[in-house]
Design a protein around this ligand. Structure first.
Ligand code: AMP
Ligand code: ZN
Length: 492
């Protein structure tokens, strides 16, 4: 099946096939590691994850490179304020970032490239530009890219820069979004600031040159797809194109993939609005990692997602419904006959699921196909009419579904416990919701021991004690379910 995806560069939906006929090469802008990741960041990383998982489901080999921006103005400012070396400062947030990716079941890229490890590549690229008169050195020792020397400037963001003023410069990492000014490739150090000694003179790289240099190092001068959040389209990606294509005279990335920004309760997320959430904030409030993942990918990447707590509660229920369904399928006694109508429905759902994802990653329609099948299969099970072949085909489809959505395996309690342990280490226990503390006060082994004691009490007909144990566990957020196969428990 061919995957079709919107390309920001051409403003068209296009087929995505590896340029080299073998491996689809993706570069995705990674985090600037100066703080913990927020749910907006993760919306973008999760949709890149969906993209690579859909390609893999489709049998396409993927080589995915992600950078870590571990030096920039904010990092230098914050590390200086904290009185620690830059590396010590960034390492903590980089580690947290990868923990968060694991919590959200995001597959790791094939290559993770740190900016500070690729200074020579960046210096060489700037030298290549200088040889063509497209990079120049200013009085203070910083190097700039000459935008007027790249007539295609603006082709990605579709902004009109016909009135570019040659030589107007911007030297901070936090660019304004409307003007095209010559941007810094290499920044001379301010007094007391950390720098690298290089052939360009002392300094550190600008943000844009990082991505061009590392993308080319690991993917070649021309590759398939470049990804990031919509805010990066201008100036970051526009500048990457200008630098790279000026240096190589080749198309840099053929396909540009941008994820629309997340809103929270209908507004732009910001600390001053009080609607700013990191992943860790949500876990400590008692929300499940699987539900957060499911919500963040529920709306297709080009549409606005409005994050709300009601929405998150609904997703928690949705994940639960799927998990309960999977368990039911596994334990049901099959009927002797195939349920023909359900078999036809399974074929239909399977086609709808794959077509939706292949059609510009329509995650909403893909999951709707699965939920409709769940409804019909539950009805067939209620009627005792589901056959062995029905079950195995539905299980296969659920497995494919989970290769992309990755929410069926229940590791939620484990991730919440990890977040709680982190909060404890960081002295943030005041941010933990009381029910989370209560839920997590018992380990699995302790719960099993209580259940064993309750079983023992029931065998000796000490029902008062058995009931007391059930009540005590419930107060700690543990629900017991008695079934024919014995006692099952789950955390509330
Ligand atoms: P940063 O660490 O700020 O460089 O951002 C990492 C990634 O998150 C980039 O691809 C951004 O475009 C993306 N991003 C930042 N804020 C949001 C948001 N509110 N919604 C979606 N993506 C975002
Ligand atoms: Zn980038």
């Amino acid at each position: 099946m061919t995957i079709r995806l919107f390309n920001t560069l051409t403003s068209r939906i296009e087929e995505l096939r590896p340029l080299d006929g073998d491996t689809l090469r993706i570069y995705a802008c990674g985090p600037t590691v100066y703080d913990y990741g927020h749910i907006g960041n993760f919306r973008t990383f999760l949709h890149v994850d969906v993209l690579r998982r859909v390609l893999e489901l489709n049998g396409t080999r993927v080589r995915h490179v992600m950078n870590i921006t571990d030096v920039d103005d904010k990092i230098i400012r914050n590390a200086t304020a904290a009185g620690v070396p830059i590396h010590d400062y960034t390492q903590r947030f980089e580690k947290a970032f990868f923990e968060d990716l694991d919590t959200l079941s995001v597959e790791h890229p094939e290559v993770v490239a740190r900016a500070t490890h690729h200074i020579p590549e960046m210096v060489r690229l700037i030298q290549r530009l200088a040889e063509q008169g497209l990079a120049y050195k200013a009085e203070d020792g910083s190097w700039y890219f000459r935008i007027a020397g790249f007539p295609d400037y603006g082709k990605l963001s579709k902004k009109d820069f016909s009135g570019i003023t040659d030589g107007a410069r911007v030297d901070v990492d936090e660019y304004d979004k409307d003007s095209a000014r010559d941007f810094a490739l290499w920044k001379a150090p301010k007094p007391g600031e950390f720098f690298w000694e290089t052939e360009l003179g002392p300094g550190r790289p600008g943000w844009h040159i990082e991505c061009s240099a590392m993308a080319m190092r690991y993917l070649g001068e021309s590759f398939d797809l470049h990804a990031g959040g919509e805010d990066l389209m201008f100036p970051h990606h526009e500048n990457e194109i200008a630098q790279s294509e000026s240096a190589t005279h080749k198309t840099f990335a053929h396909h540009w993939f941008h994820v629309r920004f997340l809103l929270v309760e209908g507004r732009k997320m910001s600390k001053s609005e009080g609607n700013f959430y990191t992943l860790r904030d949500l876990l400590l409030k008692g929300h499940k990692a699987s539900a957060i993942r499911f919500l963040l990918i529920s709306v297709p990447y080009r549409q606005q997602l409005n994050f709300t707590f009601e929405g998150l509660a609904a997703e928690t229920g949705a994940v639960e419904r799927l998990r309960t369904f999977q368990q039911r399928l596994r334990s049901i006694r099959p009927a002797a006959q195939v349920h023909e109508q359900l078999a036809a429905e399974t074929t239909r759902a399977s086609e709808q699921f794959r077509n939706a994802l292949a059609n510009d990653l329509n995650t909403a329609e893909a999951r709707a196909a699965i939920f409709e099948l769940v409804r019909q299969a539950n009805a067939a099970m209620d009627a005792g009419a589901i056959g062995t072949e029905n079950i195995s085909r539905i299980e296969e489809l659920l497995a494919d579904f989970d290769k992309v959505f990755a929410v069926l395996e229940d590791r939620d309690a484990e991730w919440t416990r990890a977040a709680l342990a982190w909060a404890e280490r960081e002295g943030r226990l005041d941010q933990v919701a009381p029910e989370v503390k209560a839920q997590l006060s018992l380990s699995d082994a302790q719960i099993e021991a209580f259940i064993e004691e309750r079983n023992q009490a029931r065998r000796t007909r000490n029902f008062a004690r058995a009931d007391a144990i059930r009540k005590e566990l419930l107060e700690k957020g543990i629900i017991l379910e008695d079934s024919k196969e014995g006692v099952r428990w789950k955390r509330k």
